[in-house]
Design a protein around this ligand. Structure first.
Ligand SMILES: Nc1ncnc2c1ncn2[C@@H]1O[C@H](COP(=O)(O)OP(=O)(O)OP(=O)(O)O)[C@@H](O)[C@H]1O
Length: 674
């Protein structure tokens, strides 16, 4: 029989735990006061002082005690072995950060990322990892209100009520961290080693985003020195999503992690284009086309090189220049090759000087490399290029495109790539999102892109091969955490295989799967999963942790806008956040209907997080977000609005934590039939 996991309110034990909390808070305060007292005055110069001051400020900020967040959330106990000289106490508390008693250095709280804390997440009946009991604490605000004990004595463990309560705690504002309740299969991903790239396939609400963010915090803690140089970057689908997740890392004490959308990294698009052309531009075949396009700019030297130094003239025949060019071609980035060509030509001249009895040094070689004749030759055989020039030429010059494409593109595809109305120059050209990825690849062919230490890529299923390559360049010397769900792919170029995604990123990595859905209650998840065979036939149906929880209400109505306000008002009488999700085109009508009914609400935009309790959410922005209560207006319109509309509908139907109401006048898409 599974051991019970009752929430215990044993008063005596609670009192003792509260006393430990008070002691830990006092110790943290002392640690902060100590850090505040440290001075940057010892720095040798002004720059060092600024750096030191910034570090000390960060340290003080990291030691802040947030009264609403518990300082620890778990405890492990073991039997002290008599005579064993072990550093580790018989009882440890696990929390957000390390807190120690200044005088004796006694640890009061261990950081959840420390190696010892692993047992808090991983110990189970089969492997107690040396511990006898795990205790989880329940908090309200910053107050310790309850605890739950799990014996680690071989008995099977029942479900944790504290976990369920945490998931069902009404939402307000941005995403919360899950540090107190990370599950064993999630923890294994969070703690995977830095050199390992991990790719996580997970159904909606299995905690992929949460796991990615906690992994970033774990890596920064464990490999702080190594990552201080390269840094960690979180890549998400849009600004609204980044705003939603923005509080998680600071709550975990990590304030230095950058977050960006793919547009932030590659540049905002200034033009739109049809999905088919975008998909073609996003395909990996373009990589080879771009490479050829760049190197096609090398020209045969028309004549050799003549350099005059004083009265002396030195000459390289055109075949000698050709040999030098050929030896460099394709062996380095184009830009580096150009600089090396100048040096190699100058070196050959230098050899001639030496043969004539001179003793030129490195400075002379540099002077020759920068001389007018060498520059002229370079401009002719290895001209300076920008990414914009090359792409402009490719998209406006049919013959150039054909020669760069060879057999990689069909005639029809080349015709689709060419601008119907070419721009006047690369300066006035407008670039689409897909062009931005091509420009980024071209830039890398010209000059190497610097690599970061680690990249966390969320909703990775939506990225094109060329966008993935752009991200791959940014972690070429590091590793990546790739998160996504093939069933939630809504772009025409959405991935169908994680192995391919990893290959485009240029990372070796393991694909692992998260299968337990935390967000979506059973009845709602089962309803949405009817779409799964149609959007991702290979994937198994997700399983909700909360099989019998939540509510699903599908209502046929005569007038969807008229039914919206009453449905929203019903939800407003409950606790928590409310998302009213509708096809993008219907957002204004939905918002008007709520305004007419006097219901205060916000409208989620691509650039805004949306803090209001009741929010109208365009279907295309719902990805990655969640609300306690969701009202979905007219699923058929959402499904019909785009090519992968059923996948969009699957995303939309899986945003609810507690209740989902579906309002429809049109028939539901037939794929939703039981
Ligand atoms: N171990 C956990 N403890 C408590 N809550 C959890 C846990 N794992 C996930 N959750 C909660 O479940 C919800 C879904 O998590 P998250 O957004 O990370 O899922 P996801 O897999 O990225 O979903 P989607 O694919 O829909 O974007 C969040 O509210 C998260 O806090």
């Amino acid at each position: 029989m599974p051991a019970e996991a009752p929430i215990d309110d044993d008063r005596e034990a609670l009192r003792a735990e509260r006393a430990h909390l008070a002691e830990s808070r006092a110790a943290l305060r002392r640690m902060r006061e100590h850090a505040e007292g440290l001075s940057a005055d010892t720095a040798a110069d002004w720059v060092s002082r600024q750096i030191l001051e910034a570090l000390l400020d960060q340290r003080v900020a990291a030691l802040a005690d947030h009264p609403d967040t518990p300082l620890f959330f778990g405890r492990l106990d073991r039997d002290a072995v008599p005579g064993e000289d072990d550093e580790l106490p018989a009882t440890v508390y696990v929390g957000r950060r390390h807190v120690h008693d200044g005088e004796r250095g006694r640890p009061l709280v261990l950081d959840w990322r420390a190696p010892v804390s692993r047992a808090f997440y991983q110990a189970g009946p089969a492997e107690p990892m040396g511990w006898r009991r795990r205790r989880r604490f329940g908090f309200q605000g910053g107050e310790l209100t309850a605890f739950e004990d799990e014996p680690l004595d071989g008995r099977a463990l029942g479900p944790s009520a504290i976990l369920t309560q945490e998931i069902e705690r009404p939402r307000s504002g941005p995403m919360r961290d899950i540090v107190a309740t990370i599950q064993p299969e999630q923890d294994a991903i969070v703690r995977a080693g830095l050199p390992v790239s991990v790719c996580v396939q997970g159904a909606p609400g299995t905690g992929k985003t949460a796991v990615g963010l906690h992994r970033a915090a774990y890596l920064l803690f464990t490999h702080r020195e190594r990552l201080a140089r390269g840094g960690v970057l979180i890549v998400g689908p849009n600004r609204a999503f980044l705003a939603y997740i923005s509080s998680v890392l600071p709550a975990l004490g990590e304030v230095r992690v950058d977050q960006a959308t793919i547009d932030d990294l590659l540049g905002e698009p200034t033009a739109a284009e049809d999905a088919r052309t975008a998909a073609l531009k996003g395909s990996a075949r373009m990589g080879e086309v771009l490479r050829r396009a760049v190197w096609a700019h090398l020209a045969k030297p028309a004549e050799g090189l003549v350099v005059t130094r004083g009265a002396a003239r030195f000459r390289l025949a055109d075949h000698e220049v050709r040999e030098t060019v050929a030896a460099l071609r394709g062996t380095t980035r184009y830009g580096a090759g150009r600089a090396m060509l100048a040096q190699r030509l100058a070196h050959r001249i230098l050899v001639q000087m030496e043969q004539r009895g001179g003793a030129p040094d490195d400075r002379v070689q540099d002077q020759v490399a920068r001389s007018q004749p060498v520059k002229r030759l370079l401009d002719q055989v290895w001209p300076k290029l920008t990414a914009e020039q090359v792409l402009f030429r490719l998209l406006s010059d049919a013959a150039f495109l054909a020669s760069a494409a060879k057999d990689d593109l069909t005639g029809e595809e080349r015709a689709a790539l060419l601008w119907a109305k070419p721009y006047r120059s690369h300066r006035s050209a407008k670039w689409t999102a897909a062009d931005r990825a091509l420009l980024d690849e071209l830039r890398d062919l010209l000059e190497r892109t610097p690599s970061l230490g680690h990249l966390v890529v969320d909703e990775a299923q939506d990225l094109s091969a060329m966008q993935l390559r752009a991200l791959g360049r940014r972690c070429a010397a590091g590793s990546a955490t790739v998160l996504g769900d093939l069933a939630q792919g809504t772009t025409p170029w959405s991935a169908t295989s994680w192995k391919e995604v990893l290959a485009h990123l240029g990372q070796d990595g393991e694909v692992t799967e998260l299968t337990t859905g935390f967000r979506v209650p059973g009845p709602v998840l089962d309803f949405a999963a009817r779409l799964l065979p149609h959007v991702a036939p290979g994937l198994a149906a997700p399983r909700s942790l909360r099989a019998g929880a939540g509510s699903l209400d599908v209502r046929a109505v005569d007038d969807v806008p008229a039914a919206l306000a009453p449905a929203a008002a019903e939800k407003l009488s409950l606790q928590g956040s409310i998302g009213l999700i509708t096809a993008d085109a219907d957002v204004p009508a939905c918002s008007d209907a709520l305004t007419a009914a006097g219901l205060a609400h916000g409208v989620l935009g691509a650039d805004s997080g949306g803090d209001e309790r009741l929010l109208v959410v365009p279907a295309t922005l719902a990805k990655g977000l969640e609300y306690d209560h969701v009202v979905v207006a007219e699923p058929a319109a959402i499904a019909a609005a785009e090519e992968r509309g059923l996948a969009r509908l699957y995303v939309v139907l899986t945003r609810a934590v507690t209740s989902l109401t579906v309002l429809h006048r049109a028939d539901l898409p037939e794929e939703l039939a039981p």
